[in-house]
Design a protein around this ligand. Structure first.
Ligand code: ADP
Ligand code: ZN
Length: 654
C-alpha cells in the first residue's frame, strides 16, 4: 500500500508541483511516471512532502531506472524560473527534452570510436591562460573567465586544454557554439585534437540520437556535449566545465517561449555545480566587460594572432563622393582589389547582411510597396524562389504582374541590394570568377554547408558572397580579401546596442581575412567615414570604442549600468492590446529605483497576425527587477485574449 506523499514537478505550465503517493522514499531529482489528467507523463520528484498522505491522491506509476537529476540542476530550475519570471514546469520541459527516451531504456548503444589525441604545442601566452583554467578546474569552485583575443589568436586551443584536463579527471564539459549547424570545421578540429566525436545537441540532431545522448548523459556516460543554447538545460550529473564560444553572439538569446540569454544562464548553471565557466570572444559584450571590471569574471588575454598570421589591414572606402553607375554597389577600389586577389590565386569574400535580391520592391508608378499581410514589414524579393518573402513569418507571394494600387503592369522594381544582387553584379564584371552564395536560403542543411565549406577549402571557389552565417569561426587559408559592401547597414534602428553589435559583427567578418602567412585586407564601404565605429574598425581599437560606448550607456543608465525588462503585449484585437498596455502603465508601482518607459506600439506593431505593444521597465543596476514585476503584473491579470511576454535583459527591441 503506498504510504509516502511526494511532490512531483511536471513539465507543464503550473506554478507548483503536484502531490502523489509513493510506496517508498524517493530522492529529489528521481524521474517518475505519473498519471496526469487522462495522460501518463514523466516528472521529477521535487521535494519530500511532510503532509500526511491523503486517500484522494494518485500513486506514481513507475520509477525510471536512471540516476536522479542532480541537485545543481534542480536548483538551476528553481533559480531560472525566478529570474526569467516563467513557471518551473516550463523550465523542466527544457531539462527533460526527450522523455520518449525512457521507453528505449533497455536498448544497447555502440560505444564511440576513439583514436589517439593530438595535443598541440602551446605558445607562452596560451600556456599561461590554459594553466589558469586547469587550476580552476582543480579547485572545483565556481569561477568564470573571459578568454579574450583577436580572431585567430588561439582561444579554441586554450579551451581545448581545459577540456583535455577535465577528461583526465571526472565530470562533464559543455561547449556552446553560436551556430552549431555551421560548425563542421570546428568539429573536425575537436576530433583531431581528442580522437573522438563529442555528442551533439541542437535542432538538426535526429530524434534517435537525441534520445541516446540524453539517456547516456543521465547515466554519466557522456563526457562532452557540444551544443546550441538548448543544451544548457540537459541534466548533466556533474557539470564541471562550461564554455561559451563567441559569448557576445546574439544568437544565444532565446526570444520565444521561455525568454533567456544562453550566456547568462550558462554562467548560472556553472555556479550551481561549482564549475568553471569560460566565455570566449574577440569582441566581448559590454555586459561581460563590466563583470570583469567589477571583479566577478577573471580576464585571460591572448595578445596576438597565433604564429605568423597578422591582423588584416582595414581600409575605409568613402562612398559619398563616388558616382556609382546605376544598379552597382561595388566601388572601384573594391572591384580593383577583387581582381588583384583573384590574379594572385587567392580568395575573396563579400559581406552584406541582407538576404534576398533586394530589400525593397516598389511600384515605380505609384510607389506602392508590397507588405506582408500578417506583419507590418515589407516583403523581400528572393531570386531562388522568384517570390516575395516575409523575413519574420515566412509568408511568400508571387511578384504581382500588375500593381494592385495603380493597376499599371510590370512596374515592380527592386530597390537596393541584397546578397543575390551583389552576386549578379560580380558575375557581370568578373564573368570568369567562380562565385558561391552563402546564406540561410542557399545553405539549408548542415550537409550542404559542409559540402560548401569543403569546396572553398579545395579552392573550387574564388569569391564567397554571403550574410553573417559566414562570419563565424571559419578558417580558409587562401581567403585574403574581405569586402564589406555596406558597413552602415546595422547601425540604424532603435536598438541601443546597434553600434556594439555592428563592431562585433564587422570585426568578426574582417577576421576571416588573412588567417595564415598571407596578410589579409579588408575594404569597408561606408557613407559614415567619421563615425566612431568606422574609426575603431580601421584603427582596430576595440578598447577606445567600447570605452566611448560605455560612457553613453552610463549616461543613460542602460545595461550594463542599469537593468531593463521588456513587457510585450500582443493579441488579435488591437484596441484590447492597447487598452491593456495603458492600464498596465497606469498601475505601475511608484518606485525610487525603477521607471517605466512606454507604453508604445512595438516597432513591429503587427506580427504574425497579432498587434503588439511594448513597455520597458528600467531599474538601477543594484536592484533585482523581478519582485517588482511579479507584484505589478500579478495584481491585475490581463484579459485572456492578450498575451503578455516578459523579457528580462532584452536584447532585441522589435
Ligand atoms: P581563435 O579561437 O582565437 O580564433 P584558433 O584557436 O582558431 O583561434 O587558432 C587560430 C589558428 O591557429 C588555427 O588554425 C589553429 O589551429 C592555429 N593554432 C592556434 N594555436 C595553436 C598551437 N598552439 N599550435 C598550432 N596551431 C595553433
Ligand atoms: Zn510576415
Amino acid at each position: 500500500m503506498p504510504k509516502i506523499r511526494i511532490s512531483v514537478l511536471v513539465p507543464r505550465p503550473f506554478a507548483e508541483p503536484f502531490d502523489y503517493l509513493s510506496p517508498q522514499e524517493l530522492a529529489p531529482g528521481t524521474i517518475v511516471r505519473v498519471p496526469f489528467g487522462r495522460q501518463e507523463i514523466y516528472g521529477v520528484v521535487w521535494k519530500r512532502n511532510e503532509k500526511a498522505p491523503a486517500q484522494a491522491l494518485k500513486a506514481i506509476l513507475e520509477v525510471v531506472d536512471v540516476p536522479p537529476i542532480c541537485e545543481a540542476s534542480l536548483q538551476f530550475i528553481a533559480w531560472m524560473s525566478d529570474y526569467t519570471l516563467t513557471l518551473p514546469g516550463q523550465i523542466l520541459k527544457m531539462v527533460l527534452p526527450v522523455v520518449e527516451a525512457f521507453e528505449d531504456l533497455s536498448k544497447k548503444r555502440a560505444l564511440p570510436e576513439t583514436r589517439p589525441p593530438h595535443p598541440p604545442h602551446l605558445s607562452a601566452g596560451q600556456q599561461e591562460a590554459a594553466d589558469c583554467l586547469r587550476e580552476s578546474l582543480d579547485r572545483a569552485q565556481y569561477q568564470t573567465f573571459l578568454l579574450e583575443g583577436v580572431t585567430g589568436s588561439g582561444k579554441t586551443e586554450v579551451y581545448f586544454e581545459a577540456i583535455a584536463h577535465l577528461l583526465e579527471r571526472q565530470g562533464q564539459a559543455l561547449i556552446l557554439l553560436p551556430e552549431i549547424a555551421l560548425s563542421a570545421q570546428w568539429l573536425q578540429r575537436f576530433e583531431r585534437r581528442f580522437g573522438f566525436r563529442p555528442a551533439l545537441w541542437h535542432s538538426a540532431v535526429t530524434e534517435a540520437q537525441r534520445k541516446a545522448t540524453f539517456l547516456a548523459l543521465l547515466k554519466g556516460e557522456v563526457r562532452v556535449i557540444v551544443g546550441a543554447r538548448s543544451a544548457l538545460f540537459l541534466p548533466f550529473p556533474d557539470l564541471r566545465l562550461v564554455i561559451v564560444d563567441e559569448e557576445h553572439d546574439g544568437s544565444y538569446k532565446q526570444e520565444e517561449g521561455v525568454i533567456y540569454h544562453g550566456r547568462d544562464m550558462a554562467v548560472a548553471r556553472a555556479r550551481f555545480s561549482e564549475g568553471t565557466c569560460v566565455l570566449a570572444s574577440a569582441t566581448p559584450s559590454l555586459e561581460t566587460l563590466a563583470n570583469v571590471e567589477a571583479g566577478k569574471y577573471t580576464p585571460l588575454l591572448l595578445p596576438a594572432r597565433f604564429g605568423e598570421a597578422e591582423m588584416p589591414q582595414v581600409q575605409m572606402v568613402d562612398m559619398r563622393p563616388l558616382k556609382m553607375a546605376a544598379q552597382t554597389w561595388l566601388s572601384p577600389a573594391l572591384r580593383g582589389a577583387l581582381e588583384e586577389t583573384l590574379a594572385r590565386g587567392e580568395q575573396a569574400m563579400l559581406f552584406l547582411n541582407r538576404r534576398g535580391y533586394a530589400p525593397l520592391t516598389l511600384c515605380r508608378e505609384c510607389g506602392d510597396r508590397q507588405m506582408c499581410p500578417h506583419c507590418s514589414l515589407s516583403l523581400v524579393h528572393h531570386k531562388v524562389q522568384e517570390k516575395l518573402i516575409c523575413h519574420h513569418c515566412g509568408h511568400m507571394s508571387p511578384i504581382p504582374p500588375q500593381c494592385p494600387a495603380c493597376q499599371e503592369v510590370g512596374t515592380y522594381t527592386a530597390i537596393g541590394p541584397g546578397v543575390e544582387r551583389i552576386y549578379e553584379e560580380v558575375q557581370t564584371f568578373l564573368p570568369e570568377a567562380r562565385c558561391v552564395l552563402l546564406t540561410s536560403d542557399h545553405l539549408t542543411t548542415p550537409k550542404k554547408i559542409a559540402a560548401c565549406v569543403q569546396q572553398i577549402q579545395n579552392h573550387e571557389v574564388d569569391i564567397l558572397i554571403g550574410t553573417q552565417i559566414m562570419a563565424k569561426g571559419h578558417h580558409f587559408p587562401l581567403l585574403t580579401l574581405v569586402g564589406v559592401v555596406d558597413g552602415d547597414s546595422t547601425l540604424s534602428g532603435s536598438d541601443f546596442r546597434a553600434a556594439e553589435k555592428s563592431f562585433q559583427l564587422l570585426h568578426q567578418v574582417a577576421g576571416r581575412s588573412g588567417r595564415e602567412e598571407r596578410r589579409g585586407k579588408v575594404l569597408l564601404q561606408t557613407f559614415l567615414p567619421d563615425h566612431p565605429l568606422m574609426q575603431a574598425l580601421v584603427a582596430q581599437d576595440r578598447e577606445n570604442f567600447f570605452a566611448l560606448e560605455a560612457e553613453q550607456r552610463q549616461l543613460h543608465g542602460f545595461p550594463p549600468y542599469g537593468r531593463l525588462v521588456a513587457v510585450i503585449l500582443s493579441g488579435k484585437n488591437e484596441g484590447e492590446v492597447e487598452k491593456t498596455a495603458r492600464l498596465l502603465a497606469r498601475t505601475f508601482p511608484l518606485h525610487g529605483k525603477a521607471e517605466l518607459l512606454g507604453p508604445t506600439p512595438a516597432p513591429l506593431s503587427y506580427l504574425r497576425g497579432k498587434y503588439r505593444w511594448r513597455l520597458l521597465v528600467k531599474t538601477e543596476k543594484g536592484m533585482a527587477p523581478q519582485p517588482l514585476l511579479r507584484h505589478w503584473l500579478l495584481t491585475r491579470p490581463p484579459p485572456v485574449s492578450v498575451r503578455v511576454q516578459i523579457d528580462v535583459d532584452p536584447y532585441s527591441f522589435f
